[in-house]
Design a protein around this ligand. Structure first.
Ligand SMILES: Cc1ncc(COP(=O)(O)O)c(C=O)c1O
Length: 456
């Protein structure tokens, strides 16, 4: 353990804050176990990626088989995993997405998407990309510039960002940036892109998380993506859908954009497409974009682009998702999870808003439900111990691992979780939320449930 603490970097933290990480000794189903044999429910699927739980035999066998056959083949060659992974993905991506570039992370998938979009519009000189404030798109220079959360601020401080990226207001109905209410707002947050594109000029793409992940589990109103599609079409701007976290069946459909039946021009994927059994990133494009690169150089690549071991996770994972959804169990548990989370929110005065879809939920904590005064704000991240840190630490003590951001808890369990396991996790959270309740003010305002834009 000492070698880990002293010789390995913990991520996104001052290293002094990584002195006592839990040592994970074993993982199985929705559980992880530490070196003392203590058991924790993985209520966040590690980093919202172990969507099929731990120890899935079909996946392990598929990866083993590939390791024995060929652990590595250079990107310039064709091989069977490239074909089987691509065939499996073609069956689930929205119609019109037909070509894939493979990498090893969500970050790389987004870097590739942005470079491809800029190359595609090179002759017209269109290079700007609009993303959103409540977003995370990755850790390297372009993807962290796309990011709206404080990780970009840190990158900006050391000038480690790229030009040409702008941020748009979010479809965040619980705290509308336009101070309006749905539906009277006429979905201003979507319409504002038109203004941005026309005022900015040279916009090549709009990149977004269809349901915001790390930065809030924010679900836009139903009109949002159809409006965005229309604006992109009118202005010849590419619609780039970052499904790294919300994809991989997490919201009950292969990809979150499927809830609105809108077809993006590019899609980026990672995490859930292999259930995190192998590290894979994928950037999908339309045939029109691929056609452009028939003559023009797609000047991009990695040693591990199309790594057979990474790709070997795709086909078995998709098969496992289909099998699982055919039992109807994840659909039933998702409904049950929603009800239990609403109930949890109703019972705790420090829960301001409960929102999400499928197995993708957030509990936003507030000091006061009526004023929506938060415990902590964006600029507090990385600077102090947050209320959500305290609640998550207490949940861990109670045997439940839950990821937290500065304003909310991420309730994103594996899709294999049962109702009984949900009950156990909710019981632990129920206790943990006493910590924030003690610091919250009692009001008559009920908990908000903003999953469809409407504050119920
Ligand atoms: C929406 C989104 N895009 C991109 C990324 C970056 O993916 P990775 O951490 O695999 O580089 C993440 C990671 O959480 C994400 O949630």
């Amino acid at each position: 353990m000492d070698t880990i603490i002293n010789n390995v970097y913990g991520t996104w933290r001052a290293e002094k804050n990584w002195k006592t990480p839990t040592f994970v000794d074993k993982v199985e189903g929705v559980y992880m176990y530490d070196e003392n044999g203590d058991k924790y429910i993985d209520f966040s699927s590690q980093l919202m990626c172990s969507n099929l739980g731990h120890g899935n035999k079909a996946l392990i066998d598929g990866i083993k088989k590939q390791a024995e056959k060929a652990a590595y083949i250079a990107p310039g060659f064709a091989d069977e995993t490239k074909a089987t992974a691509t065939e499996a993905l073609l069956k689930i991506v929205p119609e019109g997405l037909e070509n894939f570039f493979y990498s090893t992370s969500g970050t790389e998938a987004n870097e590739a998407a942005v470079k491809a979009a800029r190359l595609f519009f090179e002759d017209e000189g269109k290079f700007k990309i609009i993303s959103r404030y409540h977003s995370y798109h990755g850790a390297t220079t372009t993807s962290v510039t796309l990011t709206g959360d404080p990780r970009r601020w840190w990158a900006e401080r050391v000038k480690n960002t790229v030009p040409g990226i702008r941020h748009a207001p979010d479809p965040y109905c619980y705290r509308c940036p336009f101070d309006k209410e749905y539906p009277d707002c006429d979905v201003q947050c979507a319409r504002y892109y038109k203004y941005m594109i026309e005022e900015e000029g040279n916009v090549a793409g709009i990149l977004f998380e269809p349901i915001v992940g790390t930065n809030g589990k924010i679900v836009p109103p139903d009109e949002y993506y159809p409006i965005l599609r229309e604006i992109c079409d009118e202005h010849d701007v590419l619609m780039i859908d970052d499904e790294v976290m919300a994809g991989g069946y997490r919201t009950g459909k292969p990809f979150a954009i499927d809830h609105w039946d809108v077809k993006p021009d590019m899609m980026t994927m990672a995490k859930g497409i292999t259930g995190a059994y192998t590290p894979l990133g994928a950037t999908a494009t339309t045939q029109e974009i691929r056609d452009y690169f028939e003559e023009n150089v797609f000047c991009h690549g990695h040693t591990y682009a199309g790594h057979p071991l990474c790709l070997s996770g795709v086909a078995p994972a998709i098969k496992e998702y289909e099998k699982l959804f055919n039992t109807n169990k994840p659909q039933e548990v998702a409904e049950y999870l929603k009800e239990r989370l609403y109930e949890l929110g109703e019972n705790h005065i420090s829960v301001g808003d409960v929102r999400g879809k499928g197995h993708f939920w957030g509990l936003e904590l507030v000091k006061n439900r009526e004023t929506k005064e938060p415990f902590d704000v964006k600029s507090d991240k990385f600077r102090k111990t947050l209320m959500t840190d305290k609640v998550a630490a207490e949940a861990m003590k109670n045997g439940v691992y839950v990821v937290n951001w500065y304003d909310h808890l991420a309730i994103t369990p594996p899709l294999t979780i049962t109702k009984e396991e949900v009950d156990d996790a909710i019981e632990a959270l129920d206790e943990a939320l006493e910590i924030s309740d003690k610091k919250a003010e009692k009001t008559d305002t009920p908990v908000s449930k903003s999953s469809d834009g409407i504050i119920h």
